[in-house]
Design a protein. Structure first.
Length: 237
């Protein structure tokens, strides 16, 4: 398969560790006909490694999120969402067995302003997760501009990141956020995958960043790069 050459930009380690971010939370029975509840969370980890979830008016800027589900056959369903105190949330009801891919996208987040205005960025956020109903089936091919596909095998998470539906190049860095709230980088190998050891049960986040150094203006604020970010949420039970 073709690979796409890209430039990856990470913030300073302290900013990466403690900056706010978004992720998906899915709850359901795993059975056909039972409701799957999806929450889009906003929060982060503080300097003491404690996770916090933002609420109230801090969530107002998330109204631009679009949420979708894809069934095993690739059929797309738009999932309406609404704002609650500590999340934006929606739901769907699976009608057949298989693996459902849950995706979200937000291109309307405000420009992130920095003390040096030449460092202002426009964020574009993508979120991913999967939900199994009955027997597992083949994974959906990547569909978002930034996308990640993940498999759980024994005690490892195997992540395949994509940009424009093409595998990223060898050496691309991902960032893994662990259930104990520490994080570390991992490197994509020559097969287009990164392997993460499962150290405990809980929520893992797999993150891919790609920066487009094209300047512009959004809602009256200038920016000098567009940061595309994809976060895949993996719940290890």
């Amino acid at each position: 398969m073709k690979t796409i050459y890209l430039s990856v930009l990470f913030l300073l380690a302290s900013l990466v560790s403690y900056a706010d971010g978004y992720w998906l939370e899915l709850t359901g029975s795993g059975k056909v006909g039972d409701t799957v509840h999806i929450r889009i969370r906003y929060g982060g980890v503080d300097e003491q490694k404690n996770r916090y979830i933002k609420s109230g008016t801090d969530l107002d800027k998330m109204k631009g999120f679009e949420l979708f589900s894809f069934d095993a056959a690739g059929h797309k369903k738009i999932i309406p969402i609404q704002q609650y105190d500590s999340s934006w949330a929606g739901y769907f009801i699976p009608s057949s067995d298989g693996q459902y891919t849950i995706l979200a996208k937000n291109e309307t987040l405000p420009v992130v302003e920095r003390p040096d205005s030449l460092q202002n960025i426009k964020p574009v956020q993508y979120l991913c997760a999967s939900y199994n109903v009955g027997i597992n089936s083949k994974q959906l091919a990547p569909v978002q501009y930034l996308d990640i596909r993940v498999m759980l095998e024994k005690n490892t998470i195997i992540a395949h990141p994509f940009i424009q539906q093409q595998p990223v190049v060898k050496g691309t860095k991902l960032r893994i956020f662990y259930p104990d709230n520490h994080d570390e980088p991992v490197t994509v190998d020559n097969e287009g995958k990164a392997v993460v050891n499962v150290i405990t049960k809980g929520l893992y986040l797999v993150r891919l960043d790609w920066v487009d150094h094209t300047p512009g203006s959004y809602k009256g604020k200038k920016y000098y790069a567009i940061r595309h970010r994809c976060d895949y949420a993996v719940e290890v039970k």
